[in-house]
Design a protein around this ligand. Structure first.
Ligand code: ADP
Length: 876
């Protein structure tokens, strides 16, 4: 250590304080990385790994990136989940005594980036703090690029499940968590696997309630936490305290633009678990995770990034309160019927930049002059928008209008100070208008006049010396110089001082030239400094308006989302649903919003739905594969969801009874990557539904029990129908698609259960899908016909038909099931036990007969015997 060079010592000191980061160490025009950081970064960034003498025997591994191109490299590392600490020179190298002082000025982490190039425009980038205790969890999350900050907590029964649901909704990019929580979230059966989320353990002191409460009071400048609705939420306080501490630590400054915090209750929103979000393809498709093909893709016709982000939030948080939903629907209706105004408003919207992120950068001290011009030009459109809004009478649009400020002072400030087309750089001048500051004006005059002065000297020197080709030039090393070609050297006067010799010319300076040069260059330097200072002042002044501009931005975003809803409702022929607190869901001619867009126009067959909590609470849906069962069930869920989001729905007419949760168990989702079998996943999802659903939930179950043997599966499915449909247990509105035709018999015995099937037409040996839902049970499964339709070879299809006939004739258990009404009762009778016993005996005999004794070694014979004995024991 002693032998290290002073610079390396400095490097290692900084690195010691930021062990979990890759340290970008500023050396001249480069950021250099050393030792393990260098090896890692060289690999991840695909840049050359070199070495540098560091005072030790071996050279230190090193790699580096030019500082002006650093942003791209940092973005790459962040994208891969690393943290980057920027070690900057914090004193002027020319003034430094000894080694230049360096400090970490900023830590960039996946959840705290604000540079536009590292963010997705139409999505939030959340950092979340989690405070876990054995009896509850608090979460707080922020998007520091927009200033959004929210918090909530979960206590009591099922608190962890609520937490998991919330995580699935928010999908934070980064999470900090207390030590106890870290173990739970990352290990064991409760581990919450978060794709693409960077999780770190964080210091426990930052979560301490007293510390956190004081921090919040200081940060929000309040005397008590009542004002922000957090006084009785200690889990939330701890999480928020840690979040703000972490942000200040990484940003190395106070984060003033997080000026408002929203404490929210998850009960105010429809709850959707991770599987349901995935199955209903709310924001991305199951197949390839793309946006195209998702509900969001259909609903998002927003013009601004702010609108797109809010719309995503609305889609992920459908409402439960009739009044609030109604407000959105009324606003959509007004905009829908007013086509001309809507089109005009959309045009204005297109001119509005991302105000949230602009003010974020302004109050962060990161905005450049062009950002201010964008802010001004965006704000200039607001009076026009407000004028249109005045003609509307729905409450929500009135509120949007009220909260939208015209920000004249901000506009005037920018208009008065900043030139119309400024550069991006803040250090090279050309930003401030002449008219804004008298010193700037006179310095600019000096610079302009300077050019004339130089031109005059050039003319005078030519006349004086008689050298026609004499010219005055400029370079960074010598400043202004007089250049004379070699052929004219004899004419050079004696007061010329030679500075540089070129191949066929000499360069000189004179006292006069240097005097003028110092005036011009002094003015240039001064003006750049002055413009920089004025710009910073203006930016700071504008940052005082952060909160009001954020409010305006939210209003613009809300209007954008409502316009988007109105637009699709109009273009896709959606209708306004009637929303009520009762349980009735009555849909006439409903369509699946995504499937109808994926198939040729007008080819989608609409279907009706009737569900309530009494006579029609449980629909058993049968029909061959490919008939349209899944599509139908998802369509019902999506219509309910869209209605509660506040959008019109793809129906002719609909009454939607508020639903507190939607659960789906659709298809065999493949979680094998997580080491669970398909059946295990299916059953744990089912358990979650049974445990968490209420009578006001909507449950969609597709082919429950498919992952196990026929009899196990049928028994489970049977018991599930009994349990869910019973009002004593649950009585929730349910759609249940099954290939166990035996279940359709339950309509006779269970209250509220109704059979429906999707009609097909037989045409000779083939079938035609009619896609129409009708009352009653399907009489056949038509699996073989579907296989034929799908292109399975005729040979196989024919053979399958023969096997089927044989099976139908032979299947003892099939007969058993057909003969008896209620399997659960039957299972208890002696007769059944006998039948099952005979069935097992058959299997045992089959196995015995398979043994080829003449070709079996004694050891194999022992093995066979052992296996058969076990089978016999099992069947007892
Ligand atoms: P199942 O679940 O019964 O196997 P799906 O719901 O997967 O069937 O539907 C199969 C295909 O049928 C869908 O991909 C879709 O293209 C088409 N389809 C389903 N319902 C309709 C409908 N109502 N109108 C037109 N096409 C439909």
């Amino acid at each position: 250590m002693e032998s290290l060079t002073p610079m390396m010592k400095q490097y290692l000191q900084l690195k010691e304080q930021h062990k979990d980061c890759i340290l970008f160490f500023r050396l001249g025009d480069f950021y250099e990385m050393f030792f393990e950081d260098a090896i890692l970064a060289a690999k991840e960034l695909e840049i050359a790994l070199t070495g540098r003498d560091c005072g030790l025997k071996e050279r230190a591994p090193m790699c580096g990136v030019p500082y002006h191109a650093a942003e791209n490299y940092i973005a790459k590392l962040i994208d891969k989940g690393y943290k980057v600490a920027i070690g900057e020179q914090v004193e002027d190298p020319s003034l430094a005594k000894g080694i230049v002082r360096r400090e970490v000025t900023k830590i960039i982490t996946p959840g705290t980036v604000i540079e536009p190039s590292m963010l997705r425009e139409r999505e939030n980038n959340y950092i979340m703090a989690v405070y876990y205790q054995s009896d509850g969890i608090g979460i707080a999350y922020a998007d520091i690029s927009t200033g959004d900050l929210r918090t909530t907590e979960f206590i009591g029964m099922d608190f962890y499940i609520h937490f998991q649901n919330e995580i699935a909704k928010i999908t934070p990019r980064e999470m900090i968590i207390n030590e106890d929580g870290y173990a739970v979230v990352t290990q064991g059966e409760k581990s919450t696997v978060l794709e693409n989320c960077y999780i770190t353990k964080y210091d426990s002191w930052a979560f301490k309630t007293d510390y956190a409460a004081n921090l919040l009071k200081n940060h929000f400048r309040i005397l008590n936490l009542e004002g922000i609705g957090m006084d009785s939420h200690s889990f939330s306080i701890s999480a928020t305290g840690a979040l703000i501490t972490y942000l200040e630590q990484t940003q190395k400054k106070s984060i003033h633009h997080l000026q408002k915090i929203q404490y929210y209750y998850t009960q105010d929103y429809m709850i959707l678990d991770k599987a349901t979000r995935r199955n209903l393809e709310l924001t991305e498709t199951i197949r390839d995770g793309s946006r195209k093909g998702s509900l969001l893709w259909i609903m998002d016709k927003t013009s601004t990034s702010m609108g797109a982000r809010l719309l995503k939030q609305w889609v992920e948080e459908p409402l439960k309160d009739v009044y609030n939903i109604q407000q959105r629907l009324d606003a959509v209706e007004e905009l829908k019927t007013n086509l001309i105004v809507r089109e005009d408003l959309k045009e204005y919207m297109k001119n509005i930049y991302d105000l949230e992120r602009l003010v974020g950068r302004i109050s962060y001290g990161n905005a450049n002059p062009r950002d201010l011009i964008w802010l001004k030009s965006s704000l200039c459109f607001i009076p026009n928008i407000k004028k249109y809004l005045e003609s509307f009478s729905s409450k929500l649009l009135e509120k949007v209008n009220e909260t939208m400020d015209t920000h004249e002072e901000v506009i005037e400030l920018i208009r008065g100070a900043i030139v119309d087309e400024p550069p991006v750089s803040i250090k090279e001048g050309g930003i401030i208008k002449d008219s804004f500051n008298t010193e700037i004006r006179s310095l600019r005059e000096a610079i302009t006049n300077g050019k004339t002065w130089i031109a005059n000297i050039e003319r005078e020197e030519r006349q004086k010396t008689g050298i026609k080709s004499l010219k005055i030039g400029y370079n960074k090393v010598f400043g202004y110089y007089i250049e004379v070609t070699k052929t004219n050297l004899n004419l050079v006067p004696s007061d010329y001082i030679r500075k540089q010799t070129l191949a066929n010319a000499e360069r000189y300076i004179t006292a006069d030239l240097k005097e003028i040069e110092s005036k011009i260059l002094g003015a240039e330097e001064r003006i750049n400094d002055l413009e920089y200072q004025i710009f910073i002042e203006i930016r700071e002044k504008i940052s005082m308006y952060t909160q009001v501009i954020q409010k305006t931005a939210k209003s613009i975003a809300t209007l954008d989302v409502l316009l988007s809803f109105a637009d699709i409702s109009d273009k896709q022929n959606y209708a306004k649903p009637t929303i009520h607190k009762e349980s009735l869901i009555h849909i006439k001619k409903g369509r699946h919003p995504v499937v109808e867009k994926m198939i040729p126009t007008n080819m989608f067959v609409p279907n009706d739905t009737l569900l309530d909590c009494s006579e029609n609470r449980f629909t058993i849906l049968t029909g061959p594969n490919m008939a349209g069962k899944s599509t139908y069930m998802r369509q019902v869920a999506l219509i309910v969801l869209m209605a509660q989001i506040g959008c019109f729905v793809p129906v002719e007419e609909a009454t939607i009874g508020i639903t507190d949760r939607i659960f789906t168990r659709v298809g065999a989702s493949d979680d094998l990557a997580q080491g669970q079998s398909t059946f295990m996943v299916e059953m744990s999802e089912l358990a979650n539904i049974i445990n968490s659903a209420t009578a006001n939930s909507l449950i969609i179950l597709d082919e429950i029990g498919r992952g196990t043997s026929t009899y196990d599966g049928l028994s489970i499915a049977w018991a599930v129908v009994e349990y869910i449909s019973s009002q004593e247990n649950l009585g929730a509105r349910t759609l249940f698609a099954t290939h166990y035709h035996e279940l359709t018999e339950l309509e006779e015995t269970l209250e509220g259960v109704k059979n429906y099937c999707i009609a097909v037409k037989e045409s000779g040996d083939d079938i035609v899908f009619l896609r129409k839902i009708v009352r009653g049970a399907a009489d056949q499964s038509y699996g073989i016909q579907v296989a034929k339709l799908a292109g399975v070879s005729e040979k196989i299809v024919d053979r399958a038909k023969k096997i089927l006939m044989g099976l139908e004739f032979n299947d003892v258990n099939n007969k058993l099931l057909k003969e008896e009404k209620d399997i659960s009762e039957v299972a208890m009778t002696q007769e059944t036990q006998l039948d099952i016993f005979h069935y097992r005996e058959d299997i045992l005999l089959d196995e015995l007969l398979k043994i080829d004794l003449m070709n079996t070694t004694p050891l194999e014979a022992m093995n066979h015997l052992y296996r058969l004995l076990n089978m016999a024991k099992d069947s007892r």
